[in-house]
Every structure is written in structure tokens, then in C-alpha cells.
Design a protein around this ligand. Structure first.
Ligand code: ADP
Ligand code: MG
Length: 377
């Protein structure tokens, strides 16, 4: 027992070195949908290459604003391509006792759930990652003498409450930190799974329940953060049975749209405040990590507190910012890009003929529409 303790302490010392890794930022533009564009204005965003995109400048429609990212996924990018370029390479670390997190960020309707969950025909990051974790476990070298066990937890943060999605009547659960700085949630269901099929057995009904409940309750699912945790524990066969735990968080974040602007009131305003607190804190945490500036404010919200040991530090993190090309998303796209961008540049050239012919107007209209929609909704 003493030996095991010591081994763990050595591991912690290894993982705890102060090398802070950046959060990689990818942006995914979903395809243009004419049904999201009543005025037939066409798209206001377009990709340039594998790292850059441009959006019409609302201050001056003869200009565009060009943004630069670690990766840009254009509208033709497949689910497999997103997985391959942004997620697959971090998964082997989970089997070696390291932590990682993958987030989908962006306004409601921009493709977060498509990216993370997808559909049976086009499986997203979650099913592809789970399958890959099992492939990696199967491919491990028996001679190295480790036994692997894979488990899952599934939770939701709603109104700054932590709720267990694998339990029937979940209460708000506490978030704690142990002496080795691991974050834990006492009371959260942890289910051992042996295959992707096994995973589906628990994950699919819980997701279905979450989304059907949401249509009754003001699109709750777009106002809460859905957090899937895949935990891989490996145990060395010889004494002292050294153990390492790797955690992978796969997060479908709440919509990043500005709920103050859309005029929500009462309970919904309270929800917006809570959502904004977690998302606002997440943006501060990512900023602090990527600019290597002093204190990282993990403790300021439930979401960032929960992710503290899996975001920044020695963890591997990627944020996939989802955006939509239609004008009705214009302001929310702008704010999502400003959150995600490493740099931006104003480029003096027209975006399309149409936007030059009707300068600024489409944007004004987009704002009026958003306000009208908010007033009626
Ligand atoms: P969010 O979860 O951000 O609110 P969704 O993932 O539900 O957005 O996407 C909104 C709609 O757009 C859905 O009908 C979804 O199937 C579709 N969609 C999103 N991204 C893509 C994509 N890359 N390719 C095709 N359809 C997409
Ligand atoms: Mg969604």
C-alpha cells in the first residue's frame, strides 16, 4: 500500500510540472442553409484556406475582417476530417494517465451538437472518440504488463448546478479537489464500459432524455453544458500494481448567443446570467492559458472548476468553435470569432457584389430580426 502511494506521488510530480499547454482553437463553418436566410442575402462568412476565414465588416461593407486560427474547417469538411485533425492525436495520452478536453463552442444552430454527437449516418467526435479509445486499448502491447479499464460519467451543468445524466433523480452535486489536485464529483455515477455498443447503451437513452426534456423547458439543452467524461484507468500487473488514470472530457457547451441582447426575462434571464458566467469564465480561462498570463480563474465557475485538471496545465485541450454563415447569426458569429481568434485583420475588399450594393443594411436587418424574434419568443 505504501509503495502504491509513493508511485502515485511520483506520477503527480511528473504531471505537475509547470509547462502550460495552449488550448488549440479550431473553427468549423457549417454549410449555408437557405431556410435560415429568409431574405436571400447569401452567406456573410467564407473560408479562405486551412487557417483563415473572412466575414463582412458591419462598420463598412466594402471591407471584410480576416481571422486566423490553428485550424479552419470549411463547410465541406466531413465529421471524420474534424475528428482526424482536431481530436484523434490526443487520445493516446488518455491511456498514459494524462487528461484532455474537447469543447464545442458557438451560437445555437451553428453545429455544436452535430460536431460532437452527429447522427447515425454521420457520427461526430463523441462516438468516433469512444470507438478510437477502445481500438487503442485493444492494440496495447500485452507484454508491457498493464490492464486497462474504461468507464464513463455523463453530466450537465445547468444554472450553475451539476446534474448527473446517468441517474434518475439527480441533485446538484459538489465539485471537490483531492490532495493531488485531481477534481472529483462525489456521488456522480461512474459506469464501467467494455465496448462502443456498451457505451451507446448508457449514453443514447440519457441524451434522448436530456433533449426531449429540453423542448418542454425553453430549449434547456441549448442553455446547459453537456459533459461526457471517459476515464481510462490502467493498472500494472506486477506489484505494487501502479495505477494511472486518464480523463477525457467531451463537452457540448451551451449556446454562446448573447441572451441579454435577445431580451430574455424572468427565469430565462437568470439562466442567461448563469450560462454567461460559465462561458464568460471559460473565455477568461482560455485567454489566460493562451497568453500565459498569471492567474487562471478556474474557480470562478462550475464548468471551469470541473475542468481544472483537464484544461491547460499538462492537459491536452482543443476548442472547436462552430459558426453559421447566414446573416441572422452575424453578431453571434462575430463574438464567437473574437473569442476564438489568435489575430484578426481588416481587409479592404468587397465580400460579394450584393453586400456592396446594399451596404450595412443586411446587418441592421439581422439585428432587427433578432430583436423581433426575441420579442415574439
Ligand atoms: P447547435 O448544437 O450548435 O445548436 P446543431 O448541431 O443542432 O447546432 O446544428 C443545427 C442544424 O444544422 C442541425 O440541423 C444540424 O444537423 C445542421 N448542421 C450543423 N452542422 C452541420 C454540418 N457541418 N453539415 C451539415 N449539417 C449541419
Ligand atoms: Mg445543440
Amino acid at each position: 500500500f505504501v509503495c502504491v502511494k509513493m508511485a502515485q506521488r511520483v506520477l503527480v510530480a511528473d504531471g505537475g510540472n509547470k509547462k502550460t499547454s495552449r488550448v488549440r482553437v479550431a473553427v468549423r463553418l457549417r454549410p449555408y442553409m437557405s431556410k435560415q436566410d429568409d431574405k436571400h442575402e447569401g452567406p456573410c462568412v467564407r473560408g479562405l484556406d486551412s487557417q483563415n476565414l473572412e466575414i463582412v465588416n458591419w462598420r463598412n461593407a466594402t471591407e471584410t475582417v480576416k481571422y486566423h486560427f490553428d485550424v479552419f474547417h470549411g463547410e465541406d469538411t466531413t465529421q471524420e476530417e474534424v475528428f482526424l485533425s482536431s481530436v484523434k492525436s490526443i487520445l493516446p495520452n488518455i491511456l498514459k494517465g494524462q487528461n484532455a478536453s474537447v469543447f464545442a463552442y458557438g451560437p445555437t444552430g451553428a453545429g455544436k451538437t452535430h460536431t460532437m454527437l452527429g447522427s447515425p449516418e454521420q457520427p461526430g467526435v463523441i462516438p468516433l472518440a469512444v470507438e478510437e479509445v477502445f481500438n487503442l486499448v485493444r492494440a496495447t502491447d500485452q507484454d508491457e504488463g498493464w490492464d486497462y479499464s474504461v468507464g464513463m460519467s455523463y453530466l450537465e451543468i445547468y444554472n450553475e448546478k451539476v446534474l448527473d445524466l446517468l441517474s434518475q433523480n439527480s441533485q446538484d452535486l459538489p465539485i471537490r479537489e483531492d490532495k493531488d489536485k485531481n477534481i472529483l464529483i462525489p456521488g456522480l455515477t461512474h459506469t464501467v464500459i467494455s465496448s462502443s455498443c456498451d457505451f451507446d447503451k448508457y449514453f443514447v437513452p440519457a441524451t434522448l432524455k436530456r433533449t426531449t426534456a429540453s423542448t418542454k423547458l425553453n430549449q434547456r439543452s441549448s442553455r446547459s453544458h453537456a459533459i461526457l467524461l471517459i476515464k481510462v484507468v490502467r493498472t500494472q500487473r506486477p506489484l505494487p500494481h501502479r495505477q494511472q488514470t486518464g480523463k477525457l472530457y467531451l463537452v457540448d457547451l451551451a449556446g454562446s448567443e448573447d441572451n441579454r441582447r435577445t431580451g430574455n426575462q424572468g427565469i430565462r434571464l437568470k439562466e442567461s446570467g448563469a450560462i454567461n458566467l460559465s462561458l464568460f469564465t471559460l473565455s477568461k480561462v482560455v485567454d489566460a492559458l493562451n497568453s500565459a498570463s498569471g492567474r487562471v480563474p478556474y474557480r470562478d465557475s462550475k464548468l471551469t472548476r470541473l475542468l481544472q485538471d483537464s484544461l491547460g496545465g499538462s492537459a491536452h485541450s482543443v476548442m472547436i468553435t462552430n459558426i453559421a454563415p447566414e446573416y441572422k447569426y452575424y453578431f453571434d458569429t462575430f463574438s464567437a470569432l473574437n473569442f476564438a481568434a489568435k489575430s484578426k485583420l481588416i481587409v479592404n475588399k468587397p465580400f460579394t457584389r450584393e453586400t456592396v450594393a446594399v451596404p450595412v443594411l443586411p446587418v441592421k436587418r439581422a439585428r432587427e430580426e433578432q430583436e423581433a424574434a426575441a420579442a415574439s419568443g
